[in-house]
Design a protein. Structure first.
Length: 233
């Protein structure tokens, strides 16, 4: 069974790449060239009509939506998430979907505010960005304080899809959008900093970094990518 990951460097496909590497699964990659808006091409829209990255082709289905891909991989290969009938499953799912449905969409509004405003002025764009930064700080504080108090096993256990997803989101907060960084300092949240340091030393992260040109400390002290192919934006 070989999967095909349609990716762009330092996009949400990085999350799926890390999961595939952690699972030790064979996969091929297909670059989606964002410079030419290949994600909006007729060929790509056949795979994902939303025109977003990633897509994962599997023998059973062509999948999109990062959270759905991660959960499918974990359940299919019985790894990187608590099993369906385990006591921890419900708690794990609520935080996984919190990432997918709450944190990640807030990041998208920070990165692409123009798409959420109809003919918005520069002031409106800046105001929306400022609001999203405040929301993200509140969300990350909520996550660390709540999980550290009630469900710390999610952060401290063997790598899981929640940790992978979260680490990449934290990376993006430090790097994007260009000209609007500096508001986020991972050291403010020591448990999350520890998580990032642990994940970035794993072979999966080292391999992903080499493939996408991400540097050495890709989560704890990230730098802008220098990919061998493609563009992150």
């Amino acid at each position: 069974m070989t999967y095909i990951l349609h990716y762009a460097p330092d996009n949400a496909s990085l999350i799926v790449r890390l999961a595939l590497l952690e699972l030790g699964l064979p996969f091929k990659t297909r670059l989606v060239e964002r410079r030419t808006h290949a994600q909006r091409s007729p060929e790509y829209l056949k795979l994902n009509p939303n025109g977003r990255i990633p897509v994962l082709e599997t023998p059973k289905a062509t999948m999109f939506e990062t959270g759905a891909i991660l959960l499918w991989l974990a359940d299919t290969h019985n790894a990187l998430a608590p099993g369906i009938n385990t006591p921890q499953r419900g708690t794990f799912l609520k935080w996984l979907f919190w990432l997918s449905n709450t944190l990640h969409p807030t990041l998208r509004m920070l990165f692409y505010p123009e798409t959420y405003l109809d003919h918005g002025t520069a002031e409106m764009v800046n105001n929306l960005r400022a609001a999203q930064k405040k929301s993200l700080l509140n969300l990350i504080t909520l996550l660390e304080t709540t999980v550290s108090r009630q469900d710390k096993w999610i952060l401290n256990s063997s790598p899981n899809i929640f940790q992978i997803y979260l680490a990449v989101c934290l990376r993006w907060m430090a790097l994007y959008p260009a000209g609007h960084t500096g508001w986020f300092d991972l050291k403010t949240w020591p448990d999350l900093l520890t998580l990032c340091r642990n994940i970035e030393t794993r072979q999966s992260a080292l391999s992903a970094s080499q493939s996408e040109g991400l540097g050495a400390t890709i989560f704890s002290h990230p730098t802008l990518p220098n990919p061998p192919e493609g563009s992150p934006l």
